[in-house]
Design a binder for this molecule. Structure first.
Ligand SMILES: CC(C)(COP(=O)(O)OP(=O)(O)OC[C@H]1O[C@@H](n2cnc3c(N)ncnc32)[C@H](O)[C@@H]1OP(=O)(O)O)[C@@H](O)C(=O)NCCC(=O)NCCS
Length: 171
């Protein structure tokens, strides 16, 4: 690979965790609550805001966002929007359900609300849903450059099961 001019650019860590034991969380920051129903417009806007800073991602159209929610692997019980007291969506989770495991497909927190335990509360919620459904594992795939997401998942008890290296050839 190196002789042919390829350079290693980024890794993807494949993380996993059993849904039990439950993840302990503190009180939700400033009365943030999980919405009873998914706020599609709010979660879609927040996904694009939260991921704008993440390399190797691009904005998702509302049509693609809705298509994901309608896919056979969508996991409605683990898909959620989280709201501040004024109703604004400040956190979201998109879950995917495979026959033998759940997946954290995307999790995001409004930049103004980060570092207060909301991401951890959202991950704890997914783990609780997985436990209630009897799934043995919840997984996530995270870019090696995404320090915040790696910290969130490692601190929530996820461990690395595999790693994929990406090698680029300058064109
Ligand atoms: C990843 C993300 C959801 C974390 O949300 P958050 O609400 O700030 O997370 P929390 O406050 O619950 O922090 C959880 C843990 O991660 C740690 N952490 C969070 N951000 C961190 C950072 N930038 N650097 C180091 N550690 C960090 C916290 O210290 C905390 O550890 P603790 O439990 O020991 O206190 C948020 O940064 C985000 O939306 N990022 C952009 C979207 C993204 O990358 N999503 C994940 C890919 S699917």
């Amino acid at each position: 690979m190196i002789a042919r001019g390829y350079q290693r650019s980024i890794d993807f860590a494949y993380l996993g965790r059993a849904p039990t034991p439950p993840l302990a969380v503190g009180p939700p920051p400033a009365a943030v609550r999980r919405g009873a129903d998914l706020d599609r417009a709010g979660a879609h806007a927040l996904q694009n805001l939260a991921f704008a800073e993440i390399p190797n991602t691009s904005p998702v159209t509302r049509a693609d966002f809705d298509a994901g929610l309608a896919s056979p692997t969508a996991w409605p019980a683990a898909t959620s929007s989280w709201h501040a007291a004024d109703g604004r969506c400040v956190g979201f989770m998109l879950g995917v359900r495979e026959p033998d495991h759940g997946v954290i497909d995307a999790v995001g927190v409004d930049p103004a609300w980060r570092g207060r335990g909301l991401g951890r509360a959202i991950v704890a919620d997914v783990l609780a849903v997985a436990a209630a459904e009897g799934l043995p594992e919840v997984r996530a795939v995270i870019a090696s450059t995404n320090a915040a997401s790696l910290a969130l998942h490692h601190r929530a008890g996820f461990v690395e099961r595999a790693r994929k290296e990406l090698w680029d050839l300058a064109w």
